[in-house]
Ligand binder design. Structure first.
Ligand code: TPP
Ligand code: MG
Length: 390
């Protein structure tokens, strides 16, 4: 099967190797090589172009169902993904296109999924909110607010169990579990934090605090909105506030948090301050906030910030920027054409990849039987994430 993984992303070995052995800025933060920074700029821009096209395709009714774009928040997915290894599990909510592309899913597989077509990452059965990529260790894409937070604890439990009980402590992993600020008020999140604290689970909860849960501002709907760290501290989690509009802050902050979680097998919580430029979903006219507020956030745009930084330091020429943007535009256009040409799944697919019978009783090695679809084996084994989805 053709690879659905983008082969041209920045290599994790480059990034982590550099931060381990390079010179340091006056700030004490490790210097990062130019190709890594240019790769991040490219990935953030690719996500933005991709989603701009998604919005157009949605208006043309090529995409159905719900669609929540990530525009404005790109530094979070790209910076966080760079701070962990490709083998570390990631799970997120429904605003998930950025995470999928940052993790290495191709824009073709992502767009075909948006279109509900057979070449989509979930064979067209999931749509916008359910980006899954098992070989890149992306475990969704979840539509119920907060539902992914116990899954994050479960993934961390799974990797810890495999590491400590089965593999003899040789392959420590850390799970990244993204959630919106609205999910802070779900009981599931608090249960998950309690278990993570109790069981020493290596999971980092990244709260993408964009200030709104649909049309409700965080200060109207959430206690201690000005200091979310106290919620995590109540469960014994490490915590940090990070400027999610600056990819360097995201990367460096997350590197510290994730390395610590991995080394100590302890959970952590990050209040990642960010902003979504567009409405909650495609049908939101954003009447609950002012244009002035939006402009303040747009002035600290993550793509422009990194671009300016690279231009000022002579690492990005006008020509290179033009090339980067035109490649990203071409990639997004290509994904639309690919999705349009991909077949609609046959009706018989309704009965594939569903459980054939109830799973149980659990014997320690049993797996649920799947009806006519792929084998349902757990996978924490992907290496560099180059295999694509099988
Ligand atoms: C349990 C549950 N309640 C309500 C909803 C409806 N709903 C969908 S998105 C959303 C807002 C969540 O906001 P937030 O967690 O801040 O994420 P953001 O959209 O800002 O990324 C709500 C209430 C839902 N999907 N699930
Ligand atoms: Mg929110």
């Amino acid at each position: 099967m053709t690879s659905l993984t983008d082969p041209s992303r920045s290599s994790h070995a480059d990034i982590h190797g550099a931060s381990a052995g390079s010179s340091r800025h006056a700030s004490g933060k490790p210097e990062l090589p130019a190709p890594v920074l240019l790769g991040w700029l490219r990935d953030m821009y690719r996500i933005r172009e991709f989603e701009t096209r998604c919005m157009q395709a949605y208006q043309e009714k090529k995409i159905g169902g719900f669609c929540h774009v990530y525009i404005g928040q790109e530094a979070v997915a790209v910076g966080c993904t760079a701070a962990v290894e490709p083998t570390d599990p990631i799970v997120t909510a429904y605003r998930d296109h950025g995470h999928a592309l940052a993790r290495g899913m191709t824009s073709r597989a992502c767009m075909a999924e948006m279109y509900g077509r057979i070449d989509g990452c979930a064979k067209g059965k999931g749509g916008s909110m359910h980006m899954f990529d098992r070989n890149n260790n992306l475990f969704g894409g979840h539509g119920i607010v907060g539902a992914q937070t116990p899954l994050g604890a479960g993934l961390a439990f799974g990797t810890k169990y495999m590491d400590e009980v089965i593999d003899g402590g040789t392959n420590r992993r850390v799970t990244l579990c993204f959630l919106g600020d609205g999910a802070l008020n779900q009981g599931a999140f608090h249960e998950a934090c309690n278990l993570a604290g109790l069981f020493d689970l290596p999971v980092v909860y990244v709260c993408e605090n964009n200030g709104y849960s649909m049309g409700t501002s965080i200060h109207r709907g959430t206690t201690m909105g000005h200091n979310l760290r106290v919620k995590a501290e109540a469960y014994g989690l490490d915590s940090m506030v990070i400027d999610g509009m600056d990819i360097l802050e995201v990367y460096h902050g997350m590197k510290v948090v994730c390395d610590r979680a991995r080394a100590n097998s302890r959970p952590a919580f990050v209040d990642m301050r960010t902003y979504r430029y567009k409405g909650h979903s495609m049908s939101d006219p954003r009447k609950y906030r002012s244009r002035e507020e939006e402009e303040v956030w747009e002035a600290s745009d993550p793509v422009q910030r990194l671009r300016n930084r690279l231009e000022t330091s002579g690492l990005l020429t006008d020509e290179a920027w033009k090339q980067l943007t035109s490649q990203a535009k071409a990639e997004a256009r290509d994904s639309l054409e690919f999705a349009d040409a991909s077949p609609v799944p046959p009706l018989s697919d309704l009965y594939r990849d569903v459980y054939a019978e109830r799973w149980g009783p659990y014997t320690g090695s049993s797996q649920p039987l799947m009806n006519g679809g792929s084998e349902n084996t757990p996978s924490f084994t992907a290496t560099e994430g180059k295999e694509g989805i099988s």
